[in-house]
Design a protein around this ligand. Structure first.
Ligand SMILES: Cc1cc2nc3c(=O)[nH]c(=O)nc-3n(C[C@H](O)[C@H](O)[C@H](O)COP(=O)(O)OP(=O)(O)OC[C@H]3O[C@@H](n4cnc5c(N)ncnc54)[C@H](O)[C@@H]3O)c2cc1C
Length: 373
């Protein structure tokens, strides 16, 4: 028994918000999968996720959406304001809900519980990824394994791993996340305010009374709780009424990057790319990574030599577009110059006045269009 080798189709390294779901999607397609994570516990993240329409469909098919304990809060409208334009830019879609806000840890717990029930999650395993190669023996908890494919889903941690080469677009931003109650209903409207110090997003938070919201403020400037609260107060006290803030504000470093291809691995989620949260699309793009991976398995044999490069070439274009778009957007607002002002005004007014461009943006943000597949 000691020399027995367990042969699997996939090893997924990292059981975070994307790796855990990738495992469930591959199991659904009848592949054999093992997932390892260096941590022993479920994500204690207090953040919310704005889940777009495509990702809602994906979670429904996996049986995760309907198990959420806290009812998702729909986003029916997105209002964008900045310092240069007096008119609001409004994104609205009357055909379906644009997105839904859920708690990260609520969704993650459901996915992890499913992996544990399937007995395919091994926690507390921290390999040097260099030592994990496809079709090479690997010992996990004293058992011998061979995997046809190795999927890397270790999040942004990959950037600090010198064996994986990344292009980094660091704008020295940190994101500050918190929650507050308000006396008026948020009416399921999300807001994005572009300031010279950085973008502030206000999202309806999952709560039945529609009187709780979450904020994500990102900036490279030094800030503190009272400055952030003052900014939020200035922007939304008229629409949201009296505001009462939670005492904690959580701080997250932001290091947008894109990974160069490595033929031995399939990178998904924040390992492949991480983008600035201004667009609220990082995780949604990770879902598209999983969908592309699953679609390719219908076209290519898992043994195909071209599989990994076919996957990378399909995901790289959209990843680079989002990475560049979000980075350029922040750059333009943060660096005041007459050229930047003109570019901002032109872009903003085009979106305000031309419905077909707005509709393209809405479709893309909802995950209803595909830039590459
Ligand atoms: C403030 C903020 C707000 C955001 N809001 C949104 C939003 O509204 N909508 C959206 O779509 N996206 C959003 N995002 C992005 C989203 O949070 C990420 O894209 C998503 O969490 C990435 O998931 P992941 O599984 O790739 O990485 P993670 O969730 O970080 O998971 C990585 C996993 O790998 C494990 N791991 C690490 N190293 C190893 C190793 N060597 N071996 C084994 N395991 C390892 C870790 O323990 C962890 O479990 C936001 C991001 C930020 C910062």
């Amino acid at each position: 028994m000691k020399n027995k080798i367990y042969k699997y189709d996939f090893l997924i390294i990292g059981a975070g918000l994307i790796g855990a779901l990738a495992a469930l999607a591959l199991v659904k397609k009848k592949f054999t999968v093992l997932v390892i994570d260096k941590k022993n516990s479920i994500n204690k993240d207090k953040r919310t996720l704005a889940v777009n329409a495509n990702s809602v469909d994906f979670l429904k098919k996996l049986g995760v959406w309907n198990k959420l304990k806290i009812k998702p809060q729909p986003i029916n409208k997105i209002v964008i304001q900045d310092n240069y334009n007096t008119q609001d830019l409004v994104f609205e879609n009357d055909k379906e809900t644009m997105g839904n806000v859920i708690f990260n840890k609520d969704m993650h717990k459901i996915a992890i519980d499913k992996l544990e029930k399937l007995k395919i999650l091994v926690s507390g395993i921290n390999f040097d990824i260099r030592d994990v190669l496809p079709n090479k023996k690997l010992i996990i908890n004293k058992k011998n394994y061979i995997f046809k494919k190795v999927v890397v889903s270790v999040g942004k941690n990959i950037i600090s791993d010198k064996n994986h080469s990344s292009v980094i677009f660091d704008q020295q931003h940190h994101s500050y996340v918190g929650f507050f109650k308000h006396s008026l209903s948020h009416k399921n409207i999300a807001y994005e305010f572009f300031t010279h110090e950085g973008p502030l997003a206000i999202l309806p938070s999952p709560n039945h009374d529609k009187k709780t919201s979450t904020f994500i403020y990102s900036s490279k400037e030094k800030t503190n709780k009272s400055k952030i609260q003052k900014l939020i107060f200035e922007k939304i006290s008229e629409s949201h009424g009296k505001l009462t803030f939670d005492s904690f504000i959580y701080k997250y470093p932001i290091t947008p990057h894109i990974l160069k291809n490595n033929k031995n691995y399939i990178y998904i989620g924040d390992s492949l790319k991480s983008i600035h949260p201004v667009a609220g699309q990082g995780w949604n793009l990770g879902v598209k990574d999983i969908q592309t991976l699953c679609n390719l398995l219908d076209q290519y044999s898992i043994e195909s030599k071209n599989f990994n490069s076919a996957y990378y070439s399909r995901r790289i274009i959209e990843s680079v577009i989002y990475l560049s778009f979000t980075s350029v957007l922040n750059y333009l607002y943060e660096n005041k110059s007459s050229l930047n002002t003109q570019i901002i005004k032109l872009g903003f007014n085009s979106l305000v006045n031309l419905k077909f461009i707005r509709d393209l943006f809405i479709k893309q943000a909802m995950g209803r269009s595909n830039l590459t597949d």
